[in-house]
Design a protein around this ligand. Structure first.
Ligand SMILES: [Zn+2]
Ligand SMILES: [Zn+2]
Length: 332
């Protein structure tokens, strides 16, 4: 069921197959001559059909879509962009920093798979548990290179449709090119996966990355915390209103996790894989042990542990040593 948020803006639900998140929230904004879509949903026949039904429910059709703004290149946000473009020729906007994801997570070359496995091995994942490193690439997700964007955003642009003017805010962290959209006149904030009301978005260190995505994410949270906003429109879960409160909760969550990691390291040097076994995952669900996570979630868990370890290594709280080509972390 398409839900009217305010006159001219509807929320459409597009299912994500086999995922506890269930849906991606797609936002449809009415312009003077057609519509703007924020995110598109997972690339499957069922999701495509569902989006078509939601559009019809809102009084629109694929061919009426003139602009597609994608918050980030993950499959549940970018997946259907190509199919919609074929029917509408809509102009596609995405931040340029997420184009790397097309090369790694969409194209899935054997070389990248090998690099990824070596990376997990050097972070302590045993060879017999390598499904962890393969899991999130398999099956229907590997759909080949997606439709390229027409406009490569940097952040700071304004994208307009009808009475709405969306300010692009670059919020790296959950993905390198994640953007949020702020509509100051109506005090609306389209938060993508950057700020969600219940779950905390996964912050991963991609294989071989020299970056510090957790530090980027925390800075990006500070960047949006004090915007004059009355309604937050996230890409998953329900619409909510208190942006600063939720930002503070997410920052606190990462502080608790950092403390958990430092406490674990108090008993001696460990690999990222070993540390992942000591962390309480999914605290919003009451806490799940690493060994009880699905393999794809175990992969995300190790990558998120690595994002934390990178941040506290840069801060000087922890140092890395190498033994037999495996990285060990210990307190300084
Ligand atoms: Zn995402
Ligand atoms: Zn998502």
């Amino acid at each position: 069921m398409a839900t009217a948020i305010i006159p001219g803006i509807c929320e459409l639900l597009v299912p994500i197959p086999y995922n506890p998140l269930e849906n991606t929230n797609i936002y449809l904004l009415r312009g003077n001559d057609g519509y703007l879509l924020i995110d598109t949903g997972w690339n499957s026949d069922d999701s495509f059909r569902a989006l078509g039904e939601e559009l019809a429910d809102a009084g629109a059709d694929f061919k009426d879509i003139k602009q597609i703004v994608v918050t980030h290149a993950h499959f549940d946000h970018y997946g259907l962009t190509g199919r919609i473009h074929q029917l509408s020729k809509a102009k596609i906007y995405m931040h340029h920093m997420d184009e790397e994801i097309f090369r790694t997570r969409y194209a899935v070359t054997e070389e990248y798979m090998r690099q990824s496995e070596d990376w997990f091995y050097s972070n302590g994942v045993p060879r017999h548990e390598m499904p962890i490193s393969r899991m999130s690439y398999g099956g229907p997700r590997a759909t080949g290179l997606p439709q390229q964007p027409d406009v490569h955003l940097n952040g700071g642009e304004t994208i307009s449709t009808g009475i709405f003017n969306l300010k692009v805010i670059w919020t790296p962290g959950h993905s390198p090119g994640h953007i949020c959209l702020y509509e100051p006149k109506h005090k609306l904030f389209f938060s993508g996966d950057h700020v969600l009301p219940v779950i905390t978005p996964n912050i991963s260190l991609p294989p071989g990355s020299p970056g510090n995505p957790l530090a980027d994410f925390l800075k990006s949270l500070e960047l949006v915390r004090n915007l004059d906003v009355t309604t937050v429109l996230p890409a998953h879960e329900n619409i909510f209103h208190d942006l600063p409160k939720r930002v503070d909760e997410i920052i606190h969550h990462h502080e608790v996790r950092t403390d958990e990691i430092l406490e674990t390291l108090g008993t001696g040097a460990k690999t990222a894989y070993e540390i992942s076994g000591f962390i309480t995952w999914m605290p919003e669900l009451g806490g799940v042990k690493f060994r009880n996570l699905m393999p794809g979630d175990q992969r995300s868990a190790v990558s998120e542990t690595l994002a934390h370890l990178r941040a506290i290594t840069v801060d000087g709280k922890v140092k890395v040593t190498t033994r037999n080509n495996v990285f060990y972390y210990q307190c300084t």
